[in-house]
Write a protein of this length. Structure first.
Length: 187
């Protein structure tokens, strides 16, 4: 079997089912694939040469982005839910993965994402029927076999109730990364 040549590889990336964006360490977009245009509405000629912040919804704090880049530098990867804005001005949720890549002797950052609004609206496999009783009994983590992270904890009463519900990770609204509830200082 023969290895893919650059033209074949480019066709594969151009037609990948997830949106792909490459940017420089100086935050200049140098490439987007076809799915990027489908999700965001931006054609390559609209976006190449601009910064990724053109996609910002304005819903995240500077601290959010700072934490994102700290995580990327420390672990070599960031993945999570982010709200961005399409060319038409509509805000939407996307699941984004960012990681560094080297190409032709240059360091770039690859951002690969998908619109999760469409996924959650169309994919019945994501529908989970959880009764209010199961949630109030504090069995949410066990039921879903997930670690639940509470966001927007603003009062001691909220922190106490979440601990009672066996939610052991949380963060204060726009102030910190998720951390064990026990480690959060009294508010």
């Amino acid at each position: 079997m023969q290895a893919l040549n650059e033209h074949d590889f480019r066709a594969l990336v151009d037609n990948h089912p997830r949106a792909i964006m490459l940017s420089t360490p100086e935050a200049t977009i140098v490439y987007v694939n076809n799915q990027f245009q489908s999700v965001t509405g931006y054609r390559p000629e609209d976006i190449i040469g601009k910064t990724p912040s053109v996609l910002s919804s304005g819903l995240h704090s500077r601290g959010f982005y700072s934490d994102m880049w700290v995580c990327l530098e420390e672990t070599g990867r960031w993945e999570g839910l982010i709200w961005n804005r399409r060319k038409n001005g509509e805000n939407y949720p996307q699941w984004l993965t960012i990681y560094p890549v080297e190409y032709d002797g240059r360091k770039l950052y690859a951002g690969i994402f998908m619109d999760v609004e469409e996924l959650t609206a169309n994919d019945e496999r994501l529908a989970i029927n959880i009764s209010a009783r199961q949630i109030s009994d504090g069995r949410l983590e066990d039921l879903l076999d997930l670690e639940v992270v509470a966001e927007g904890i603003e009062t001691e009463a909220q922190k106490t109730r979440l601990t009672e519900l066996k939610c052991h990770r949380g963060q204060r609204y726009l102030m910190a990364r998720p951390s064990p509830l026990a480690s959060l200082a009294a508010m």
